[in-house]
Write a protein that binds this ligand. Structure first.
Ligand code: HEC
Length: 150
């Protein structure tokens, strides 16, 4: 009886020992195995927290061609450039159509808004990062954003 108790205790300890061993052996492998994907998502995160840089990369190609072809109207500039931030509120941008967010900005007057959009403001780069666009194209996009928030 006592022996049996003893041996079932030993089995329990053995089981625990094996479990600990497995954990010690397997966990580092699991972590190692995850390292590439962890690094990947860290890269993703880096991309995500750099909307400005990513945005400039994205715009450089197609917008160049489009700008030399013909001037874009407000909605087109918004769709290709400004929506990167103003559709989602990325980088703290006031979201298109969010009247509460835009009201105090609209109250500063169109000229102030043009100046912000053309010259940049805090997280917003000059011309939203699309330096190849004309001032009129940017102003048209500002007018469009304002019209959507009235
Ligand atoms: C990289 C992100 C980003 C892009 C792209 C971007 N904006 Fe912005 N925008 C912001 C942020 C952030 C703010 C808020 C700035 C602040 O008040 O701190 C802002 C604010 C504004 C404002 C209000 C400025 C003010 O004085 O209150 C206007 C107008 C505006 N953006 C227009 C545009 C237009 C037009 C475009 C496209 C040509 C554009 N934005 C592209 C991030 C962006």
């Amino acid at each position: 009886m006592a022996d049996q108790k003893h041996s079932s205790k030993s089995i329990m300890y053995m089981t625990i020992a094996v479990a600990v061993l497995l954990t010690v052996v397997i966990v580092p492998f699991t972590i190692k195995g995850n390292t590439p994907s962890t690094a990947g998502s860290a890269e993703d995160a880096e991309v995500r927290i750099q909307p400005v840089a990513r945005f400039e990369l994205k715009v450089a190609g197609p917008a160049d061609a489009a700008a030399s072809a013909q001037p874009k109207d407000g909605p087109a500039v918004y769709a290709s450039v400004c929506s990167a931030c103003h559709a989602t509120g990325a980088a703290g941008a006031p979201v298109k159509g969010d009247k509460a967010a835009w009201a105090p900005r609209i109250a500063t007057g169109s000229d102030a808004l043009y100046r912000s959009a053309l010259g940049g403001k805090n997280a917003m780069p000059p011309k939203g990062g699309a330096a190849n666009l004309s001032d009129d194209e940017i102003k048209a996009a500002v007018d469009y954003l304002v019209s959507q928030a009235r």
